[in-house]
Ligand binder design. Structure first.
Ligand code: ZN
Length: 285
C-alpha cells in the first residue's frame, strides 16, 4: 500500500487537508507501507515525461480557452469531458509564435487517428470487466499539462504508478473512463500497465453522487457525531455483500473475507453493469 497525496492543483495543496485525510485513514484502521508521496514535489518527473512525449513528436501547444472549448459543438466523452477536435494540432510556427505572445499554451498529446489499432485500447477491469475506448473518437488529443503549468492527472498518475512500483490500482468508478488514456500513455512511455479495479460509488436514491460539499457523509461530521470505525466499515462492507446487515467489523477482519468476485457480483446484479451502490436515508443508522 502506497499513500500518495494527489495535490497537483495548487488549490488542493494544503498540508492541513492531507494531514486530516491521513488522520481519517488512521481512524478507519487503514495503514500504508510507503509514503506519503506528494505530487506537488514530483514536478521534475512529470516534466521529464512531457519532454519524452515532445521528443517523440507527440505533443503540441494548445491555446484554446475554456469558453472556446465549450463553444465548439463537440460530442461529450463518457466521463463528461469534451472530445477535443484538434483545433490547435496543425498551427504553423508563425501562428504559435503570435498566440504565445497573447496567452500561455497548454500541452496536448496526439492520439492515434481513428482506425489505427494502436489507439483502440482495451483492458480488463477486475470489477467492471472489459473496458474499451477508441481514443480518437472518445476523447481526442488530451491535455498533459494545463496552460497554468499544472500537470494533468492522467500523466502524473501514470508516471507515479510506474515510479512507485504500483501493480494494482483500486479507485472509484468515476475514473473508469480515463483509464484507457492512461494505458495508452504507459505504452507510449514504455511503462508497465498495472491491474485495475474500479469500485462502485455511493449514490443517493436519485442517482446523485454523494459529495463532501453537501456534507452527506462527511467523515469529520460522522466522527464528531460519535460513530465508530467498526460501525461505518460494517455498513460499507454490507453494502457490497462483504458483511451481514448490521454487523460491525474492523478493516483487518475484512482482509480475510475480501474477494473481487463478491464485489463483481454486487456490481453485475441484474443487468445494469455500471451499478453504483445506492445509499438510502438511514444507511448509517
Ligand atoms: Zn487548442
Amino acid at each position: 500500500m502506497v499513500l500518495r497525496v494527489e495535490d497537483l492543483d495548487p488549490r488542493a495543496r494544503d498540508r492541513t487537508t492531507a494531514d486530516l485525510l491521513m488522520d481519517d485513514l488512521d481512524w478507519l484502521g487503514l495503514d500504508w507501507d510507503e509514503g506519503p508521496y506528494r505530487q506537488s514535489e514530483r514536478g521534475h518527473a512529470y516534466e521529464a515525461a512531457v519532454d519524452l512525449l515532445r521528443g517523440a513528436g507527440l505533443t503540441y501547444p494548445c491555446f484554446c480557452t475554456r469558453s472556446e472549448l465549450h463553444a465548439a459543438t463537440a460530442p461529450h466523452a463518457s466521463d463528461g469531458t469534451y472530445v477535443y477536435q484538434g483545433t490547435c494540432r496543425d498551427l504553423t510556427p508563425e501562428q504559435v509564435k503570435r498566440l504565445s505572445a497573447v496567452r500561455p499554451a497548454a500541452t496536448r498529446v496526439v492520439v492515434p487517428a481513428e482506425g489505427d489499432p494502436v489507439g483502440d485500447i482495451t483492458f480488463d477491469d477486475l470489477v467492471y470487466g472489459e473496458v474499451r475506448e477508441c481514443l480518437a473518437r472518445d476523447c481526442g488529443d488530451f491535455l498533459v499539462r494545463r496552460s497554468d503549468g499544472v500537470f494533468a492527472y492522467q500523466l502524473a498518475v501514470v508516471v507515479d504508478d510506474a515510479a512507485m512500483g504500483v501493480t494494482q490500482v483500486v479507485r472509484g468508478r468515476d475514473l473508469l473512463g480515463s483509464t484507457c488514456r492512461q494505458v495508452w500513455l504507459q505504452r507510449v512511455l514504455g511503462l508497465a500497465t498495472p491491474e485495475y479495479a474500479h469500485v462502485p460509488l455511493l449514490v443517493a436514491p436519485d442517482g446523485r453522487r454523494l459529495s463532501k460539499r453537501e456534507r452527506d457523509l462527511d467523515l469529520g461530521a460522522l466522527r464528531s457525531s460519535g460513530m465508530t470505525a467498526r460501525h461505518l466499515i460494517g455498513r460499507l462492507a454490507a453494502s457490497v455483500g462483504l458483511a451481514e446487515q448490521g454487523e460491525e467489523v474492523d478493516a483487518d477482519e475484512l482482509v480475510e473475507r475480501f474477494s473481487w468476485a463478491a464485489l463483481r457480483s454486487r456490481v453485475h446484479e441484474g443487468d445494469e453493469t455500471s451499478a453504483d451502490v445506492v445509499v438510502s436515508p438511514g444507511f448509517l443508522d
